[in-house]
Design a protein around this ligand. Structure first.
Ligand code: F58
Length: 840
């Protein structure tokens, strides 16, 4: 092993001086206070909550780093295949509570800080979210890191260290305003590795030359260099000592790049400007979800991060001194969507141009190494990069992509002779003006497995965007791994009381590592005391959310009302517009009721949250409408507690931890066939809320698991969407009566200036209603009536909630990771060494 090469006296000196991990409250406190005094240079007299948070976080960081070191050494010694999860987004949220949970030291830390006069909840909420992601895709990556560490898989995440994460959302007069999220001014969780750098090349040209044997070689030369610097974040597992690594790359000017020529000739400013240009590569997360905008800087980000990560992976492999044919037995790389697809031509380039392998030998390694996860079938979200842009930025990669395409098309030609149209359809190069590289096709061709993220979605990719590829490669290349969520964050941390109640019934917290154990809860569904406690917990969580609503919006809501929640990115396909039209429909109905009828109605609070991409006008209009409806409804004395409409500002991971446990019903109402999976649907049910949803994404599997009497499904099916859209375009439909009245109210100006909403209404009435709002409106409203009825029978409702929780075991991200490990990566866990006792 690496250690045995070090002389005994040095080893002894090191061991003797290795810092001890704190094990008790007092040891914790002495570490935390030391950090407050020295690292933060604060004293007893100016130790505020933020300093107390800082000291606590730094004490825990030290502990994680110790475990991290041991884990890395242990995994290197074990010399097993490693997984590298390449994702341009990791939506991690806060880390402190998770670190305390996974080191099993929350109790002592809480007591210790209590002695200093601080409440742990307050300290936890001092932390800013690490928000390096847009939505589901980025949060999935974060859940996967948690699961991989928890199950001892030797795995690294590779990320881009954006200086600005997803923007903060403010609502001013009912309009979204974006504020930059500069999150790095104090980030105790990262560990700068100024010695781990990679030079990344851009632009330049390709030189071809012949060697002495007459063989042709290509070499990418010239252009400019940007330096990638590694920052590492420890990722602790739960109930294990394993602490994996997330490596984030930050861009800076290449040390030789501060242009001394410019500097010496007096162009100091020009030289500084170059430095700043290098830093912009990792400056900002693009805030679009499910939309491809094709910006040059985005392509630069993608290459920068892929090239740095691959260089790192290859460097690590070369240390093993194994032959190249062993590469894919040592390395599995998972591509989280097509954003890292450039890793495919980059690895091919490294192998043929730098390491001197033959094309076919290299290509086999590449294909065996990569797996690709698709997250969408929507055309506007599929990445296509313009050929001239790639030519300019990455000239050698473009050549390699063309060669990959040539080989591929020759293969297809052999298999399907004379099918010209097939060749046109499957070509990596789209013959448009300008030509474009279809990244999803490149990802399919360069990987050995392609997966969708829920059953319906995985079926759909095989019959739509990748149909031809199923013909070409056979169906086995395509598979499904239904998404999941980590029960540590989304049950235990977000809903500690529920987690404790479950633990008390199941005899411990084992279910947090094996979520299928929840099924034992069904034995307690008739247990009176259990039911009462379950209900009280839900109520307490609603009280907590009601306080948050009061603090942030000024509106008082009744915690006894039915909380109806839709929180996710604002997008037409997710249909927040359907929801708000439904709310208006309800409002109009209430207005038309007499006192007797009103008495019978179950009070409701309709809660929305989510960010709109800054350039997505329709999404912003939807936010505006929600806010305007809120203004009217919440101030209408006729309505009172019967209906409140809330838009929660700046929905993010830490707010989700407050919102999710407080829902009675949540909305997952995308047009059938558009939401690949959804993951918040899983979070809500796991926290004892029911859902209303369409037959889309993972809603279908949730229904299968919990039973169709425990979910409120409505609306048209995916298989009928095409025909319905066709009908709209050819006038073969009639606008639903209820929806007509809603539109009349909007157009009459009852929610402010009607012009503001005309595009929203016209899109449905005149422009084909692409997302089929009118087709599903009636069934949606009827289903909400059913929910009202159902909620009145509190006992039955409670039974549904408890039964559903008990049946959610399938949706742990631990199960996903085991599936990836077995079907796609072919990797095994590495047990932590016995001396690593942390967390049991
Ligand atoms: C989401 N995609 C899917 N993309 O919409 C959701 O159904 C699924 O549950 C989730 O992935 C996890 O599989 C998503 O969040 C993005 O935000 C991309 C960000 C970068 C630009 C393109 C969209």
């Amino acid at each position: 092993s690496a250690e045995s090469s070090i002389p005994e006296p040095q080893r002894a000196a090191w061991k003797k001086n290795t810092p001890q991990e704190f094990q008790t409250k007092d040891e914790f406190l002495s570490e935390a206070v030391r950090h407050i005094e020295t690292t933060l240079a604060r004293s007893l007299f100016n130790c505020d909550e933020s300093a107390a948070y800082g000291g606590t976080a730094l004490a825990f960081r030290d502990r994680l780093v110790m475990e991290w070191n041991k884990t890395q050494q242990n995994q290197t010694t074990a010399d097993q295949k490693r997984v590298y999860y390449l994702s341009l987004e990791f939506l991690m949220g806060r880390a402190l509570d998770n670190a305390m949970l996974n080191t099993n030291m929350k109790g002592p830390a809480k007591d210790g800080m209590g002695e200093l006069g601080f409440r742990m909840e307050d300290l936890i909420s001092q932390e800013r979210d690490a928000a390096l992601g847009n939505g589901g895709l980025g949060r999935l990556a974060a859940c996967f890191l948690d699961s991989m560490a928890t199950m001892n898989y030797p795995a690294w995440g590779y990320a881009l260290r954006y200086k600005y994460g997803i923007f903060k959302q403010e609502i001013h007069d009912g309009y979204q305003v974006e504020v930059p999220d500069y999150w790095l001014d104090f980030n105790p969780w990262e560990f700068a590795r100024h010695d781990v750098t990679v030079n990344i090349q851009f632009y330049g040209g390709v030189r071809t030359y012949q060697d002495d044997n007459g063989k042709t070689h290509s070499s990418w030369e010239g252009g400019e260099i940007v330096e990638a610097v590694a920052f590492d974040v420890p990722i602790p597992g739960y109930g294990t000592a394993t602490t994996n690594n997330m490596r984030m790359w930050s861009s800076k000017a290449h040390s030789g790049e501060f242009d001394f020529q410019k500097f010496n000739s007096g162009d100091y400013e020009g030289s500084v400007a170059d430095t700043q240009r290098a830093e912009t590569v990792s400056a900002v997360l693009y805030p679009n979800d499910n939309l491809d905008r094709g910006k040059e800087l985005r392509l630069k980000q993608q290459y920068f991060w892929c090239a740095a990560s691959l260089h790192d992976i290859v460097r690590r492999f070369k240390k093993t001194r194994k032959p190249w044919k062993e590469f894919s037995n040592n390395v599995a790389i998972q591509l989280n969507d097509t954003h890292p697809t450039l890793a495919i031509p980059e690895l091919q380039r490294i192998l043929i141009d730098i390491e001197g392998l033959e094309w076919s030998e290299a290509w086999e390694i590449v294909q065996n190494t990569f797996g690709y996860t698709n997250h969408t079938v929507m055309q506007e979200a599929l990445e296509k990069w313009s050929v001239p842009l790639i030519q300019h930025l990455l000239p050698r990669h473009l050549q390699i992509i063309y060669d990959i395409n040539l080989n591929f098309l020759q293969y297809v030609e052999k298999k399907f002779p004379k099918d010209r149209d097939m060749l046109r359809r499957v070509s990596i190069i789209e013959e448009s003006e300008p030509k474009r590289v279809r990244m999803a096709f490149l990802a399919v061709i360069g990987s050995h497995k392609v997966n969708g993220v829920a059953e319906l979605h995985s079926d759909l990719i095989k019959t739509t965007i990748f149909k031809d590829f199923v013909q070409i490669y056979g169906p086995d290349k395509f598979t499904n791994v239904t998404n999941g969520i980590t029960p540590r964050r989304w049950l235990h941390q977000a809903n500690p009381r529920l987690s404790e109640l479950i633990a008390s019934k199941l005899g411990g917290h084992e279910f947090l590592k094996d979520l299928t154990l929840l099924n034992k809860l069904e034995n307690h569904v008739d247990d009176k005391a259990f039911r009462k406690e379950f209900q009280e917990i839900k109520y307490a969580n609603k009280v907590r959310l009601a306080k948050h609503i009061k603090n942030t919006t000024g509106v008082s809501v009744n915690p006894a009302a039915l909380f109806d929640i839709q929180v996710k990115r604002i997008h037409e396909y997710k249909r927040q517009q359907l929801n708000i039209f439904g709310v208006i429909h309800r409002y109009l109905a209430i207005k038309a009721m007499n006192a007797e009828e009103r008495k019978k109605l179950a009070p409701r609070v309709s809660i929305f949250g989510g960010k709109a991409a800054p350039g997505y006008w329709m999404a912003k209009t939807v936010i505006h409408l929600i806010c305007k409806v809120g203004d009217v409804v919440n101030n209408d004395p006729d309505v009172g507690d019967l209906l409140k409409v809330i838009f929660l500002e700046d929905y993010n991971v830490s707010k989700a931890e407050i919102i999710t446990p407080a829902s009675d019903i949540s909305e997952h109402i995308s047009t059938a066939g558009t939401e690949a999976s959804g993951t918040s649907n899983m979070k809500f049910v796991l926290n004892g809320g029911l859902i209303i949803g369409t037959c889309d994404g993972a809603n279908i599997e949730i229904t299968r698991e919990i039973g169709d009497s425990n979910i409120f499904l409505f609306g048209n099916l995916a298989e009928d969407v095409e025909e319905l859209r066709h009908n709209h375009l050819y006038g073969k439909y009639e606008l639903d009566d209820g929806l007509r009245k809603v539109f009349d109210a909007i157009q009459a100006g009852r929610f402010g200036d009607a012009n503001q909403f005309s595009a929203l209404v016209n899109g449905i009435v005149d422009h084909g209603d692409y997302y089929l709002v009118s087709d599903d409106f009636n069934s949606y409203c009827k289903t909400h009536d059913l929910i009202d009825e159902s909620y009145k029978n509190q006992e039955e409702w409670l039974t549904k909630c408890i039964t559903s929780v008990a049946r959610m075991g399938f949706f742990s991200s631990d199960r996903c990771i085991d599936e990836y490990a077995e079907m796609i990566w072919n990797v095994e866990p590495v047990k932590p060494k016995a001396e690593q006792v942390n967390g049991g």
